[in-house]
Every structure is written in C-alpha cells, then in structure tokens.
Write a protein that binds this ligand. Structure first.
Ligand SMILES: C[S@@+](CC[C@H](N)C(=O)[O-])C[C@H]1O[C@@H](n2cnc3c(N)ncnc32)[C@H](O)[C@@H]1O
Length: 305
C-alpha cells in the first residue's frame, strides 16, 4: 500500500515491519490536577508498567491489563490517553504561549484538550470548531472532563469559517486526511483520486481560512496523520505560492528526544518550495508510533514581507 513512498521513507524495510506491530499505548497528565509523583504512585500501586517519554516529561507510555480509560485519574481529568505523535502539536503550541486559539477541526478534542489546559492568561480561550454535529458530544465531554471551561464550540465547515473581528494567536488545522499514518490501529481505506482531490482542496481552503483569522505574528500549526505528500508538502507549497504566501514564513521545529525527518521537496515529478523541508515527518519506526506530518507557520507582522 505504501510502495509509492518507498524512495523517501528512511529504512523502508524497518517501516514495513514496524507497521505490522501493535501500537504502544500512551497518554499525558494534567500537571494542574495531578503531580508526576502522584501519578507514579498510582502506577506503582496498580502494578502498571510505565515510562515517561524522552521528549515530553508530561507524557507516558504504559502497559496495563485494565484500560486506563476506565480509571479514576482518567475520570477526574488528571490523565488523557492519546497517541504519541498526536501529542506533538500540543507540545509545540505550549512553547508559543497563545492567548486565543482557533482549533479548526477539533473533534474528538484530544489536542484541543491538551492546548486548552495550557491557556492560563486572563481572557484566554479556545474556539473548538467541528462541522459534524454527531462529533460534538465527544468533543465536549473530553474538554469538560479535562477541565477546559474556556472553550467556545462552533460548527462550521473550516473552509468557510467566519472571519472573526478578534483575530487569534494560534490556529490549529488538524485537517481531515486519508489517515494512512493510523494503519497500526485502524484499517486504512484506499481513497479514489477524486476523493483525494476533494480532500486536498478542503485542506488548502481550511489553511487559508485559518490565516484569515490570524493576528500578525500569530502561528498556524498544520498537521495530518497521513504520509501522502499531496496532502502534506504540496498543500504547504500551494499555500506559500498563493496570494498570501509572502505574508507568512515556515518556522523550523526542534524537539529534543524525538526522532523525525524533514519534509520532502519533490514527489512524482512535482517540485516543492525548499521551505517545506522545515516541516517534519514522523515515521512509525522512528519512535515506535503512528505516522504524522506537521508544519509550523508564522504570519509576518504587517508590512514585513
Ligand atoms: C484529524 S480529525 C481531528 C482530530 C482532533 N484535532 C483531535 O485531536 O482530537 C479531523 C476532523 O476534521 C473534521 N472535518 C471534516 N471536514 C471538515 C471541514 N471541512 N472543516 C473543518 N473540519 C472538518 C472531521 O469531522 C474530524 O473531526
């Protein structure tokens, strides 16, 4: 299935063997509600095998006979279960210290919860947007359980999200995608070229609409859980070459203790801007995780191109 990507996946045979293995279970704790010492005590008392992740001291890997999803710390919002790669955007967001966040594609709210608990400034809030109403209940229950009370829930197509009067510091665009990177936990459905084209148009449109709501100097985190360069580097390339391209820059991402690769600059006879190399690709065999793609974008201050 991933043969098309063989020439840019580092150590392709290791990739193929890793994606056949079961995905490790990981999570993070809310330091406002439980300390690391208390969590370790809980793990030890329940004979849960665990270790903290090298790149994030609030995130842990664990092995337990009983799911932590039915534990007391989970019910109290002290911990949340989330795939390792999915925690990276929230980790990046923390270093940006935003006051107002717009999460354009937010359900089930894993990353919105992680970002929401970081918002400590007065009048800080997160707009959690999700166009599909049936996906709102899980979104709300996750944010409420984790104690994110400063959330506003909206139900727009991200591509036509209203242009707000008060612009935001951080736009998070965790766009709908072909989900190839989740093959260790879900069966991946091959999508048609027509479906792919529609998806790519939506991804670019969401990104542009996010930009329309961003303050000068604000940031956009764009992410997908897919390997397909047409949904990753090509979208960033098209964004950079669009009418707004000169108002933004791509920032490098550095996360100590996490292994990843740079974005690629060509695919199937298409060349992308060299700037997309600053994006990161996290391959399953690098950290024993799922696959992910992330780009960090900054809106330049007005007049600074
Ligand atoms: C990758 S998931 C988001 C996961 C979420 N950020 C989290 O961490 O829990 C993508 C979400 O985008 C939503 N979506 C689909 N089409 C959309 C659109 N046109 N605009 C905004 N969101 C959309 C999907 O319903 C889905 O909930």
């Amino acid at each position: 299935m991933f043969h098309d990507y063989a020439n840019f996946i580092p150590d392709y045979s290791k990739f193929l063997s890793t994606i056949k293995e079961k995905l490790p279970t990981t999570g993070w704790f809310n330091p406002d509600l439980i300390s690391r010492r208390q969590l370790e005590e809980f793990f030890n008392n329940h004979r849960i095998e665990y270790r903290f992740l090298k790149w994030n001291n609030e995130a842990f890997f664990f092995k337990s006979k009983v799911s932590l999803g039915v534990s007391l710390p989970y019910a109290l919002g002290q911990i949340h279960l989330q795939e390792e790669v999915s925690m990276i955007p929230g980790f990046i967001a923390k270093s940006l210290k935003p006051r107002i966040v717009l999460d354009m594609c937010s359900s089930p709210g894993n990353k919105a919860a992680q970002i929401g608990i970081q918002l400590k400034e007065n009048n800080s809030y997160i707009i959690a947007n999700e166009p599909r109403l049936p996906r709102h209940s899980q979104l709300k229950s996750n944010l409420q359980r984790m104690g994110v009370s400063n959330a506003i829930y909206t139900k727009y197509d991200g591509a036509s999200f209203p242009v707000l009067e008060e612009k935001v510091d951080l736009v998070y665009a965790d766009v709908p995608c072909s989900c190839e990177g989740t093959s260790r936990k879900n069966k991946i459905k091959k999508i048609s070229s027509k479906e792919l084209e529609k998806l790519c148009n939506t991804q670019l449109a969401i990104l542009k609409r996010g930009f329309a709501n961003l303050k000068p100097n604000g940031h956009i985190i764009y992410s997908t859980c897919t390997y397909n360069p047409l949904e990753n580097e090509l979208i960033i390339d098209q964004f950079l070459k669009s009418e707004i391209g000169d108002q933004v820059e791509i920032l490098p991402i550095e996360i100590k203790g996490l292994e990843y690769s740079p974005g690629i600059t060509s695919y199937k006879s298409r060349d992308f801007s060299q700037e997309v190399k600053k994006s990161i690709r996290i391959w399953p065999h690098q950290n024993d995780s799922g696959g992910f793609f992330i780009t960090l974008i900054r809106r330049r201050p007005n007049g600074d191109t």
